[in-house]
Design a protein around this ligand. Sequence first.
Ligand code: ATP
Ligand code: MG
Length: 376
Amino acid sequence: MILPGATLGMLGGGQLGRMFTTAAQTMGYKVVVLDPDTNSPAGIIADQHICAKYTDNDALNQLAALCDAVTTEFENIPATTLSYLEAKTIVHPSSKALASTQNRIVEKQFIASLGIPVAPFAAIHSIEDIDTLSDSFKFPAILKVANFGYDGKGQVVCETISDVRTAFESLNNAECVLEQRINLEREVSTVLARSQSGAITNFPVAENVHVNGILHSTTVPSNIPQQQAHAALQMADKIADGLSYVGTMAVEFFISSEGDIIANEIAPRPHNSGHFTLDACETSQFEQQVRMLCGLPSGNCELVTPVVMINLLGDVWGNSEPHWDTLLSQPENKLHLYGKKEARVGRKMGHFNVLASTTDQAMKIAQQSFEVLKAD
Ligand code: ATP
Ligand code: MG
């Protein structure tokens, strides 16, 4: 076990890295963050911030020398960065696990290889792949860039083959996956922690609502039948086992109008839909990340209270700060801000968790609080 007093490394300085840093420091660890941004949310609160690129070997040497173990908050860290560090210090998750989740084609093929349903898809490497697309491929579909997509960026809805050609060009002919659009009944996700010995603990299934491809709200407990929740948890565990994953990870699922459970994507890190755990579970997903990295046993994942999480995007800022006074006057609301200087439309600035005796009650308070929050 790596015990308090030790130093942990975090590749990536975003909000997920920041909440990991807070959890680790609370437990008595020191944290070094590597991120190229001088003002990164995690970098500004870390014990030390190495401000450098993820491919800077001098910086990686420095990180490895300072840290007893290193993890990440961002799936787009080059897998070669992790393998470089693996030769020098303890790294979880592994470069291999990370590599399996970085490219949507590799990721979907991997999930499908485990016998877990994914949306019907075709790999699009070039225009020829569009010309030779099988007649059985069903539209409407979504063309998604295979690498570096997040928050619905790099995605275009296509109604016809001709739309796919135009969309592929608009994405600069970058490698893509063309995915059948599923008739969504609901979206859910699961966050789990897997230890070095392969023991898995699951947080309860979360139900998510996306607006414009970005997560808006998470509700826990979800409204799905117990059987479906159980099936989703089993699929997520199978994926974690398949990756020999060590750490906190999440799987996003679609539930189709026919009731099928379809895996959407893997997040090799804590997940936005797991932020409810900060206030509503015995242990947060970030404490679990610390525990798994350090070889400590898992914390208790149990839900203590029904909860609704609402994301706060830059959209609610306007010309001034949002009306924090009204939000904070409501005792059920727990506010988390990420310390980002500039509020931009679509940028994740923070979130709030609403704790109440039922999810209906929490949702009512969440909606009321959110409506009056927007700055003038
Ligand atoms: P993030 O990393 O923030 O989860 P992303 O850019 O990786 O986002 P996806 O998870 O692929 O994007 O898609 C974002 C949202 O768009 C989904 O949660 C869902 O609401 C919708 N969506 C994506 N693919 C499909 C699909 N095949 N059928 C129906 N809806 C979809
Ligand atoms: Mg997603």
